[in-house]
Design a protein around this ligand. Structure first.
Ligand code: HEC
Ligand code: HEC
Length: 211
């Protein structure tokens, strides 16, 4: 009788364990907000609209992309971090996988306050490259992977529209030199390797004002 009861109790406990596991894998933006307000706010602001161009805007970005970047900033399995940033490495060192998932979900849910292009001429040059690439040198059109309006393609082709031009430029140069090498199959390194400095500047300007 006692044994039967115990078995029944165990059988009842099973679904709740499964539910708890499902809940653990599901992001909790409210918990993410508390991480953001304690750890990230100084550089990325409470709503992910960072005030300084060195710190990318996070608001409205795909949560999976943000989560991947956070994981990439963290050295794992005795190997160095896939994406090198002294600042971000220090920040993610104390975050758990759940913290990263939650904070990514929180910032993704925030509304982007987009940048604007400051030079129309430069942005017009950038638009050509963004839409059509450079056939002569083999630069692929950005639109193919980041969407015609720069909104990105879920979940691993990030949104670019409205990002700081300075940050876009820095990242393109980092992909070109190989300093940033966390892109799957070298997709971005392949594109950036063929780009000139003026092309990088122009496309970054266009992207900042893209909607
Ligand atoms: C001291 C300033 C600072 C703090 C604090 C900080 N960041 Fe950053 N973050 C940066 C900088 C600078 C970069 C750009 C790194 C690079 O050069 O690639 C960055 C990049 C990122 C990126 C990559 C974005 C992209 O578009 O690829 C993510 C995601 C990110 N931070 C999330 C966070 C989160 C979440 C926190 C809090 C847990 C946080 N950061 C705390 C400065 C900071
Ligand atoms: C073949 C697909 C592909 C093409 C074409 C492409 N990209 Fe990307 N891009 C990616 C992927 C994938 C990532 C994310 C890499 C990662 O996981 O960190 C990325 C990331 C980026 C980032 C970093 C964003 C951030 O928030 O840190 C920038 C900037 C960027 N691309 C700009 C461009 C520009 C400008 C062009 C056109 C000249 C372009 N890309 C063409 C696939 C592509």
């Amino acid at each position: 009788m006692i044994r039967a009861l115990a078995l029944a109790a165990a059988a009842m406990a099973l679904p709740s364990i499964a539910a708890a596991q499902a809940a653990a894998a599901k992001p909790d933006p409210a918990k993410g907000q508390s991480v953001a307000s304690q750890v990230c706010v100084a550089c990325h602001a409470g709503d992910g609209n960072s005030p300084l161009p060195a710190n990318p805007k996070l608001a409205g970005q795909f949560p999976e992309y943000l989560q991947k970047q956070l994981a990439n900033f963290k050295p794992a399995g005795g190997k160095k971090a896939e994406r090198d940033s002294a600042v971000m490495a220090g920040t993610v060192a104390n975050l758990s996988d759940a913290d990263m998932r939650n904070v990514a979900a929180y910032y993704a849910s925030q509304k982007l306050k987009p940048e604007t292009a400051k030079s129309k001429e430069l942005a017009a040059q950038g638009q050509k490259l963004y839409r059509g690439g450079n056939l002569a040198t083999g630069v692929a059109a950005c639109a193919g992977c980041h969407g015609p309006d720069g909104a990105g393609i879920p979940s691993q082709y990030p949104r670019l529209a409205g990002q700081f031009a300075e940050y876009i430029e820095t990242q393109l140069k980092a992909f070109r030199s190989g300093a940033r090498a966390n892109d799957a199959n070298g997709m971005m390194r392949g594109v950036a390797a063929r780009m000139t400095d003026p092309e990088i500047k122009a496309v970054a300007e266009y992207v900042a004002g893209l909607r």
